[in-house]
Design a protein. Structure first.
Length: 396
């Protein structure tokens, strides 16, 4: 493996060393460092051992990791294209693990080795990686390689300036596709975040953005991702389309024969006339739903609003981690959640139905959830939680 070879090269040159410390010892060290208010990091025990000892113990089959040997004094200095000269005190940087006990590299070693072998000249990434850059700079120096140019872009923010996350804004492209945003509108909006092209103009083609882009115009303030503004831009793009093109987009989005055919089995036994199809399936065609009509039902008997919100939050987290989003997978997930959380399946299933659809009666729950898709269900669970927070307190 190329990473093991490069790790061995670092060990031979003194840029890294084998560490045989157990997880128990490392935890004890960290605990004591926290107790004393010290910098929390590896204490360098194995760094001080003779290299021959490391060779001998490794040959005997003793498990070890490979750690980089960060300089212990002075500063690591590099130039970021947006921030200028950046300095980090070496004493505040841990001896990062480069190669794990299973022989696989951590991000830091793999990143540097891969970028060098691929002849990467510019590393453009989020500002949260800024604190890792001195480790990468030292690795490039240890290998004797030319480091790339560093560009750490500002993070997208929520309206409250917090880091954007799936808890406050949808971060999956699947959601925006499901909710009916046009790809060109989303690309335009994302492409102009954090920098300006010219004056008050906001609408640009991809080619225009590529032509005009300049790192010198990037703002470090942290651009706010605003769904309202994105929706307004999407509306501008929609209005510019001919009627026939909107029809084509609608069919490709939700009104295709394939999509309608998947919904018909869910409601065919519930309708007497064709005009009943739309009211029974409207939540399949919307991004967000209105919870006002089911506000009374969301105030579950024998459950406080906090208990309801906690259950939705916990289920949403399990939904995030679930690999199986099929009908049977969702059924098993929900039943297991009900059992361990102390909710009856009846009350949990009704809550999930209300949260996902905004309706009391729908086609079978798990067929409905699978039909909506993971991103819409997650988004609606979060929205339902926010709606419950604002509901008036139940009367005593």
């Amino acid at each position: 493996m190329i990473y093991a070879t490069h790790a061995a090269e670092l060990i031979a040159s003194g840029g890294a060393y084998r560490c045989f410390c157990t997880a128990e010892r490392l935890e004890a060290v960290r605990h004591e460092q926290r107790r004393q208010g010290l910098f929390v990091g590896y204490d360098g025990l194995c760094r001080g051992r003779p290299p021959e000892e490391g060779e001998r113990r490794a040959a005997a089959g003793e498990p070890f990791v490979v750690r980089m040997a960060m300089p212990r004094t002075g500063e690591t200095v590099f130039v970021d294209k947006l921030r200028g000269e950046v300095k980090f005190e070496n004493a505040q940087i841990d001896d990062q693990i480069l190669l794990k006990t299973d022989g696989f590299p951590t991000y830091h070693l793999a990143n540097v080795v891969d970028d060098h072998l691929m002849q990467i000249t510019h590393v453009i990434r989020a500002e949260e990686w800024l604190s890792s850059t001195p480790k990468h700079v030292v690795l490039y120096q240890s290998f004797g390689w030319q480091a790339p140019e560093w560009v750490h872009m500002p993070l997208l923010r929520n309206a409250d300036k917090s880091k954007i996350s799936k808890r406050k804004n949808p971060v999956s492209l699947d959601y925006y596709q499901d909710a009916g945003f046009l790809p060109e509108a989303l690309l335009n909006y994302l492409g102009t975040m954090g920098w300006s092209i010219a004056g008050d103009r906001e609408k640009f083609t991809l080619d225009e953005m590529v032509e005009a882009f300049d790192f010198g115009r990037v703002s470090l303030g942290g651009p706010v991702f605003d769904l309202v503004k994105l929706s307004a831009m999407n509306a501008d793009y929609l209005r510019a389309l001919p009627d026939a093109e909107i029809v084509r987009r609608l069919r490709a989005w939700r009104l295709s024969d394939e999509k309608l055919a998947s919904l018909v089995p869910l409601v065919r036994e519930r309708i007497q006339r064709l005009d009943e199809f739309v009211p029974l399936t409207d939540f399949f065609f919307s991004g967000d739903v209105d919870y006002a009509p089911v506000q009374k039902e969301l105030a579950l008997k024998n459950r406080t609003p906090k208990e309801v919100m906690d259950a939705l939050t916990a289920f949403g987290e399990e939904l995030d981690a679930a690999r199986d989003f099929s009908i049977t997978g969702l059924d098993a997930l929900a039943r297991a959640f009900a059992e361990k959380s102390g909710w009856s399946t009846k009350e949990l299933f009704m809550l999930l139905r209300l949260a996902a659809t905004g309706k009391k009666a729908t086609p079978p729950l798990f067929e409905t959830l699978a039909g909506l898709g993971r991103e819409l269900v997650r988004r609606r669970i979060r929205q339902c939680i926010e709606y419950i927070k604002k509901m008036p307190a139940p009367k005593a």
